[in-house]
Design a binder for this molecule. Structure first.
Ligand code: CMP
Length: 138
């Protein structure tokens, strides 16, 4: 059964001209792009999105970075979408990411790591609802 996940092409990948390549990798891996929107987000919006990390030492840096330039917000669909996207993304730290993964190819550091993907079903439903209204997801 098809599953949905939420993903962001982060400011580093957009700024470095990798957005189309990341999308091509996602489509080649069999994901349907349910919806996609390019926008810049505020620091407050980033703080709300990443609230689970609010006690982490890197929270401020993370929210500054995510609001530093345009990003692509998207909802993706395929069977096993959540786990399969995480596999395609590679490890959080690009230095440990496997060859061929998006982070290995396009990211330089753990903080600026090209792409975000939901890590579980509850997270995916919170994250999709945080950025998109129901009518955008038909
Ligand atoms: P993401 O999947 O978007 O979810 C939380 C983000 O925090 C993560 O990707 C990383 O980009 C970021 N992050 C995790 N660990 C660190 C760290 N040690 N320093 C800076 N950012 C981090």
């Amino acid at each position: 059964m098809a599953q949905r996940t939420f993903s962001i092409i982060k400011p580093d990948a957009v700024k470095n001209g990798h957005a189309a390549a990341v999308l091509a990798d996602i489509e080649k891996a069999g994901f349907k792009i349910v919806t996609i929107r390019k926008q810049s987000i505020s620091k407050e919006q980033a703080q709300g999105f990443y609230y689970v990390h609010k006690e982490r030492p890197f929270f401020g840096e993370l929210c500054n970075f995510m609001s530093s330039g345009p990003i692509f917000l998207m909802v993706l669909e395929k069977e096993n979408a959540i786990a399969d996207l995480r596999k395609l993304m590679g490890a959080t730290n690009p230095a440990s990411a496997e060859e061929g993964t998006i982070r290995k190819k396009y990211a330089k550091s753990i903080g600026e790591n090209a792409i975000h993907g939901s890590d579980a079903e509850e997270t995916a439903s919170f994250e999709i609802g945080y950025w998109f209204a129901g009518y955008e997801l038909i």
